[in-house]
Every structure is written in C-alpha cells, then in structure tokens.
Design a protein around this ligand. Sequence first.
Ligand code: FBP
Length: 589
Amino acid sequence: MSTLPEQLREMESHHSIFESALRRLPLPVCTVFRSPDQPVPVRFAASDKILRTPDNAIVARSFPLSIEASGNAVLVPTPSDAPPVKGKRVAVLFSGGPAAGGHNVVAGIRRILGDGNTLLGVTPGPKGLIKGAFFEITDDAIASYLNTGGFDFLGTDRTKIKTDAQFRKVKENCVEYGIDAIIIIGGDDSNTNAAILAEYLFKDAKPDGSGVQVIGVPKTIDGDLQVKGFLPISFGFDTATKIYSEMVGNILQDTRSSLKYWHFIKLMGRSASHVTLEVALQTKPAVALVSEEVAEKKQSLSSIVDQIARAVVARARKAMNHGVVLVPEGLIEFIPEIHYLIVELNDVLAHNEKEFSRLHDSARLIFIQNKLSSENARLLASLPDYIVNQLLTDRDSHGNLQVSLIPTEQLLIDMVARYVREIDAGIPFAAQSHFFGYEGRCGAPTRFDAAYTYNLGLTAASLVLDGRTGYMASVTNLTDGGHPIAIPLTGLLQIERRQGQDEFVIRKALVEMNSPAMRYFASRRGDWADDDHFSSPGPRQMWGPAARQQPITVALNSNSDSLEFTIGEAGTEDRGQRTEDRALTAFAS
Ligand code: FBP
C-alpha cells in the first residue's frame, strides 16, 4: 500500500484521478468502421453532391489537378473487398490554435493505419513540416494522450506555408523521409493551406513521379468551419463552449447573489459569434451580442452601447442592478465604421510595413493617420489608446488581426457607464470585465468531442489509404450513429482580400440570422433581459446525465429533435450495446 505522498507523485504528468479515468472511457465508432476486432478502413466513392463557390472558375484555373481528380464531388463510404493497403508513411500535424480532441484524431488515424503503415508526428505544426521535424508515433505513446485535451503531443503553430522556398522544402522533406501523405488538423486557414499543398504535391513530389496526398481535418473552437449539410461543426467547439458556459453560469449565479455588478464577458471565437450564441443558449444572460447581427443591422458603436445602457436602466428600474453581457471576441471587426477602418488599416500597414516598423511607437499613430481617409483618421483618433494600440499591432501570418488582444469589453463598459449617467445619473452601474478565451481551448474533450474526433481520425486515415488527396474529413448524422464523408477542399475556396492582396480562402462560416439557433435565441432574449432566467449547465460531464449532450446550436441548426448525440451507435435500438469498442481498450490499458 503506497503512502499519500507516493500516490500524489503518481498523479503527476497527466495521471490525475480524472485523467486516468478519462483514458479508460470507451471510444464509440461509426458503424461503417466496425469489425469484430478493431475499426477497419472504409473505401469512398463520389456522390452526386458537388460543392462550388461563386469563385469556382478562378479556383479551377489554379487547382486544375485537384479538381480534375475530384470533380468537386463529396465522397461517401462504399463497400469494397480490396486488400488492405500497406507500406504507407503518413505525417500528421496540428495547425493554428489548440482545440480539445486533437489527440483522439491522431489515435483514430493510428488505429486505421495499423501495423502495416507508419504514422509520423510533425513537431510543431506547419513549421515542423518545413524544418523536417518528424518522429514515429507508437500505440504506447498515443495511449497516454487518449481523451486528453490540448495539442501537447505534437505542439502547434500558425506558420502559413506560402513562399516558393517553403513549398520546395516541404517537397524535399517528403522525399527525404519517404512521406506518402500529410494530414493537417486545422481551421479554415490551415485547410486552405492543405488545399494549396495538395495541388502543389499532386504529382512529381516523389522521385518516381507520384504525388504526396494531403488531407485536412476540421478543427477550431470558433465553430466557424462548417459546411451546411456536410460538416456540422469543427471539433473543439463543444468542449470550449461547455467550459465557458460553466464559468458564465457561475458568474450569473454571483450576480443574483451579490446584486451589485454587471459583468461584461468577452468570449473567444475570433470572428464568428458561434461561441457566444452557444454560451447564451446554455446560460440565458441579460444581454448577448451577436457580431453578425450588428453587421446586418449596420449598428454603430454608439447604438450598441445605447442598447446595452437601456437594458441596464430598464433592469435598474425593476431593482436589478446586476446582469451579464456576453461580447463576442470579434465584435469590433463587425461594427461597420470600425470594419472599414480595419480594412483600410490592413492595406496601409501591408503597403508600408518596413517604414512603419522602423518608427517609434509615439510616431506610429500620426504616420498612419496621414495615410488614412479623413473619415477613418478621425475615427481612429476618437478611440481610446488601449484599442488603437491593438489595431496597429502585427497581423498573424494569415493576415488576421489579433482580436483576442483587443479589450472590447472594457471599451463597452467605459461607454455604457457614460450613457447610463446621461440617461439617469441616479442609476448605479458597477461593472467587471472578463475575457474567457485560453481557459476553454485545452480542457479534456467532452464525450461529444472525444467521439467526434476519434471518428474524424478514422475517416482521414481511410481517405489516405483510399489514395485520396485534397479532401477534408467530416462526420455527419450525429444523432443517427455518425456517417463519415469527405469534402473536396477546392469546393470551399473563395477569393478574399488579405494583407492588401487577393487570396484563396475557405470563408469563415458566420452565424446566419435566419438559422434556427439564431431565431430561437432572438425569440427568447427579450425575456432574459427583462428578468433573471439564467441556468447553470455546470461542469462538463464525462459520465452521467449531461455527458451525451451535443451543442445546442448544432442540434437546432440540424433540426434534431433531441440534444443527445449518438455517434458510434447505430440507432436507438442497439444503443448501449455498441458504444464500447473492445479493441480500443488496447490503447487505454
Ligand atoms: P484557430 O482558428 O486556429 O483554431 O484559433 C482559434 C483561436 O482560439 C481564436 O478563437 C483566437 O482568436 C485565436 O485562436 C487566438 O490565437 P493565439 O493562440 O495565436 O493567441
């Protein structure tokens, strides 16, 4: 019998009681992958569903090989008695921000590749692909990461592979390490990179003239990688929103107890407001802003502030001097006047990069103001320093403004305080600001994310063994057992202006005003502002009554009649018998 200090030492390095129990949780497997012993690869065939964007003609000119091979058709599983594929060397990497479930994607890939093929981890992210940093992934290594959060197994980074030299280096590394396929686990930008790489490596990537396959896996807590009917959600969204919902639920409970604070909570999710909408549906706060609605209604900053101030005053008149305001991280970019300012700023900064970087901080604002239109120069000058400084900071390598660093929640508090005073100086307004972001990205995956990601991994590796390239893995039919499919990446590409030039991008899926989730929210938010209707979803549950809950927005938008997901269960009749995949306990022993 060990002493308590000895037991505590044993819990180090991801062996807390919780983490050890998580590793033993069963991994459900969609029906098509099932066999008596362990999951088996599936083969794919083209369906009659073709994906195209309005920029299809331009995309076709730049991606001729990928489009000729795929016809932009969505792939679906097909029966096959072809012998198992052996001898492939597959590299896998994480790209962009971490999201819960990434380790299970790797586990799914490893399981399908089996002993006949080799899986190499790339460290870290696209940078590792350029550097040629690979190591062989074994079952033992995966076992200790199963069902754990984060990307720490491989690490990640945000390098965009864009220069000729970088592309050449990737090709050289593929030859040197004998790589046949690359699986990129990333968001919209990373999957765009996957499409470009797939075309570049389509042929003549290896000495025998053959190509290197590239497959994408949809990840991002932001939830903005969705394809209606084909990709219900990116992985990591469910875990992050459940963590934020617990925290917001706790704060709502505090507001009603201490009766004196308004809490302004900015929630991560770079551009789209899916995270905020989901957390609002889970918790029912007094106010939740949706950036896409702000843009659609062309709301100015002052009209947003006015809307919040009026909610504060209305509640105060009912003796409620408390409440919660949810602010999407990307709000500032959706306020029309600030959006135009940012678009012009991006161009000006991109075209004057060298000169700007040589300037002292104090001279930067004047330099930029002189290059902006008079309207934008005036607007920039009217914003507080803590916002201006962030608007002028470096963009990431994909050209994105780092909105997580912009304290929009503080800007709103400062302005609402002024407006409330103007409406009625006698109304107390004490506010606290929060930013819930990094706290949510690396928690252990919910049962939803754990199951979803494992099956995404099974799908991605099956696509590799089926010889496919230029596709993104997806799993649909989440309340009917789960159905793996493959989405042609070229069918998602569009042209967007980034850093002063037109580029191919997979456009972010934003919250749609007429989506069922948004319509439901709009029908309830009036009541939530009028009185306290909040509910606390509690901590995410790996066992017990809420463990099988899918995101509310996903359930509403896919017209489900239940919040319960059934990935890995063939249907309600045999639920409970099929969840445990016996072979997988080998990983988790
Ligand atoms: P991805 O789109 O790469 O998954 O990143 C998501 C995200 O968490 C955003 O919500 C946030 O704006 C951003 O990453 C923060 O990035 P960083 O980790 O570089 O600070």
